[in-house]
Write a protein that binds this ligand. Structure first.
Ligand code: CMP
Length: 131
């Protein structure tokens, strides 16, 4: 998962990690970094061509992000549930987006939506090329 630039700017790194740890999940790796445009485009490749793609790339490269590998039982689904729906209007209170975000384009965090995307994203952020 990743805390996006608005999450970092709004000092929500600690709050997000606190929730993950208190749930019983484990932080396996963590990295604070500014994404280059190419890496951002690769990360969001499935949104290429969508109306919001260019704004999304500008936003996600606008400041540091915190990329994390989170481990634990059903980690992918649990983290997704804890982060809340992509659209903060639909995210339940008690989720990170439900509690802290108002706008779909600045929604604090990103979490992998499947085992396959988690693998792809882990290799992009923590693989040899970007170590
Ligand atoms: P994320 O979970 O990181 O995955 C894609 C991101 O695109 C999403 O969170 C939002 O930050 C951003 N986004 C901006 N506009 C839209 C939109 N209309 N629909 C979905 N995602 C959007």
């Amino acid at each position: 998962m990743m805390i996006k630039p608005d999450g970092v700017r709004r000092k929500l790194i600690g709050e997000t990690i606190k929730r993950i740890e208190e749930k019983g999940l484990t932080l396996e790796a963590m990295k604070l970094m500014v994404l280059g445009k190419e890496m951002a485009k690769e990360h969001y490749v499935q949104h290429k061509g969508k109306s919001f793609f260019n704004d999304l790339i500008d936003y996600v490269t606008s400041g540091p992000v915190v990329a994390m590998i989170v481990n634990g039982k059903n980690a992918i689904s649990v983290v997704r549930k804890m982060m809340g729906a992509t659209d903060p209007l639909k995210a339940e209170l008690g989720t990170v987006r439900g509690d802290f975000a108002l706008d779909i384009s600045e929604n604090i965090v990103h979490s992998s939506d499947s085992e396959e995307s988690a693998k792809r994203e882990i290799s992009l952020f923590f693989g040899k090329k970007n170590r």
